[in-house]
Ligand binder design. Structure first.
Ligand SMILES: [Zn+2]
Length: 480
């Protein structure tokens, strides 16, 4: 946390100097642009954020996918407005449907969005959109503004319950990158997406149709919408604009047969993990299971849970209390307990040894005085399988007693996971199948015995409607 504070203050100082004398020519528009970040700062930001992003999500390991996005990414970077940058492209291990760019040339796709593309051209359109944010220096502008806005948030100590919903942002810094761009920036990136993808030989009309997929996903679940959709209340309008631009670029293009690349794309993603990967931990019946680290614990009823590779974060819906579960440092429980007090600047009220389902543990109550409020915490450190796990429950001093038992009911029920059905839980995967007879999409679903409840989801995944006629030999995605 402290490194992030330092970074932000560092940038602020640099920013303050730049305000006096910084005007840079925008590589896309050619106009002078007010910038808080120089190109070398952009590159430094990217270099610094990349390992954080990688450790936050994990990289999705798939050689073919990796080779594909590198090849297309570098090809597109080469025809972009900022060829001089060194670009990096990654697929991160997240089921969320998203793609994002970081200043300096870093572009990320989630495996969730890779699962939802239905051809190379859709991918190329989004790739162009993200590269567009970098070449038009949107990320840089946004990042500067975001940092200014976030200072108030991050400068405080992070474990206050009001920070429950921001805790991951403040702890990793990654959240800073997910802030939304403005409507103008998104429109400009859409344009660049069309331009760049056409220039490397793809039919940008496909980019327009991908907005339909995003629109359907948004309607289905409000939670998993990518940044480039959420700032646009009207994706249909955006789809129209992109379609018109695509038609214009098609006429301009030297390449006669612009590529879609449906079958090649689908074959490449055969076997892609779809949805949550249980090996990263999963919730079932109000219990969190981690099959790799082999533990389980119950979650307070009605609480929200967010699982990242670094921590499991649980928060009451009203935001009045939160719990974190993470790995603690130190080689003994005593050492780890000391480190927790130091890290969170806590004053110990009381502590004691105990056993949690036969595992050695230390429990402590500790206070934190913040400027305008008193915070009380309950921590339980548990030694298990060569690791020390930390639970920390946080509430305002006056409300702490009301949450005390609830915190304990989670922490004291941490246990060894032995249930084979949980330990061996496999993720769902995308499987590519060939349609055996001319049929509607709905009929094809029945032919492949797709669960009635998953038909709509599978239709969205395929970018198809239930009545779409499919010819024998067509490839489609099935969730298996
Ligand atoms: Zn965007």
């Amino acid at each position: 946390m402290s490194s992030i504070n330092k970074r932000i203050y560092g940038c602020l100082l640099i920013g303050a100097c730049l305000i006096l004398n910084s005007c840079a020519k925008n590589p896309v528009t050619g106009k002078n642009d007010f910038m808080l970040m120089s190109e070398s700062q952009e590159i430094a930001t990217g270099k610094q954020s990349d390992p954080e992003i990688v450790s936050f999500f994990g990289v999705y390991e798939d050689d073919n996918l990796h080779k594909f996005i590198q090849a297309k990414g570098q090809e597109m970077a080469g025809i972009s407005h900022r060829k001089n940058l060194t670009y990096k492209f990654r697929v991160v291990d997240s089921p969320v449907v998203n793609a994002f760019a970081v200043p300096g040339g870093y572009v990320y796709f989630t495996r969730g969005i890779m699962a939802h593309f239905n051809n190379e051209a859709e991918f190329a359109g989004v790739l162009g959109h993200e590269i567009g944010h970098i070449t038009a220096r949107h990320s840089a502008k946004q990042y500067s503004r975001a940092m200014l806005a976030q200072v108030g948030l991050v400068a405080g100590t992070v474990i206050s319950p009001e920070f429950a919903k921001y805790a991951d942002i403040a702890q990793t810094g990654v959240g800073l990158l997910f802030l939304k761009f403005g409507r103008d920036a998104e429109s400009q990136s859409d344009k660049l997406g069309v331009e760049y993808s056409t220039k490397i030989g793809y039919d940008a009309m496909e980019m327009a149709t991908f907005f339909e997929t995003l629109d359907r996903l948004q309607k289905k679940s409000g939670a998993e919408v990518p940044d480039f959709l959420s700032t646009h209340p009207n994706p249909a309008d955006r789809e129209d604009k992109v379609a018109k631009l695509a038609a214009t670029w098609k006429k301009k293009s030297a390449v006669k047969d612009l590529k879609v690349g449906r079958n090649s794309y689908l074959k490449m993603i055969d076997g892609l993990v779809y949805g949550e990967d249980p090996k990263q931990g999963f919730v079932e019946g109000g219990v969190f299971f981690h099959p790799v680290l082999k533990f389980q614990f119950p979650i307070p009823r009605e609480w929200n849970l967010e699982n990242t590779p670094q921590q499991v974060q649980m928060a009451a819906k009203d935001g009045n209390a939160m719990m974190l579960m993470t790995l603690a440092g130190g080689s003994s429980l005593e050492e780890a307990a000391k480190a927790v007090l130091q890290k969170f600047q806590l004053t110990l009220v009381e502590s004691g040894k105990r056993s949690v389902n036969g595992l050695p543990a230390i429990e402590m109550i500790a206070d934190q005085q913040q400027q305008n409020q008193a915070i009380r915490t309950l921590s339980t450190l548990i030694q298990y399988n060569g690791n020390i796990y930390l639970f920390i429950g946080v509430a305002q001093r006056q409300q702490f007693d009301a949450y005390f038992k609830l915190f304990q009911s989670t922490m004291h029920n941490f246990d060894v996971l032995t249930d084979q059905s949980k330990l061996n839980r496999q993720p769902e995967r995308i499987r590519i199948k060939t349609i055996q007879r001319n049929a509607s999409f709905a009929q094809a679903m029945r032919d492949f015995s797709v669960d009635e409840k998953r038909v709509e989801e599978t239709a969205i995944l395929n970018g198809m409607s239930l009545n779409d006629p499919l010819e024998k030999g067509t490839l489609i995605k099935i969730i298996e």
